[in-house]
Design a protein around this ligand. Structure first.
Ligand code: FES
Length: 122
């Protein structure tokens, strides 16, 4: 099970151990359970409020895997966090982009760093 470290310029870092069975839990759900104040609104992959940046900190993996939901693809493209080329490449190599929507991104077996709350993640 993975450790998830939440980091933000406005809040202290918090590392949580994702619970067993978390493969169906979103990063937003884990954050809420641990009182990590990731902003959100729709919780349905439509508004983009919960934008996060995800970095794998597992030494043996460079990029996190995991499919983007159709809504996530649309919103990330609208926010210019992924291009069509990025999306096409992801369909081939199955590696997710750095930017995700916390309400759509499912926790996997990877230790990750989740940056949130800057308003302009870059
Ligand atoms: S809360 Fe709206 S996209 Fe995640």
């Amino acid at each position: 099970m993975p450790n998830i470290t939440f980091t933000s310029p406005e809040h202290r870092d918090k590392t949580v151990y994702a619970p067993a069975g978390s493969h169906k839990e979103t990063i937003l759900k884990v954050a809420k359970e641990h009182h990590v104040p990731i902003e959100f609104s729709c919780e349905d992959g439509e508004c983009g409020t919960c934008l996060i940046k995800v970095t794998v900190i597992d030494q043996h993996k460079k990029k996190h895997a995991g499919h983007l939901t159709p809504k996530e693809r649309t919103v990330l493209k609208e926010l210019k966090k992924v291009s069509q080329d990025d999306l096409d490449r992801m369909d081939v190599d199955d590696l997710a982009p750095d930017y995700r929507l916390a309400c759509q991104c499912i926790v996997r077996d990877e230790d990750i760093l989740v940056e949130y709350g800057t308003g302009d993640l870059s």
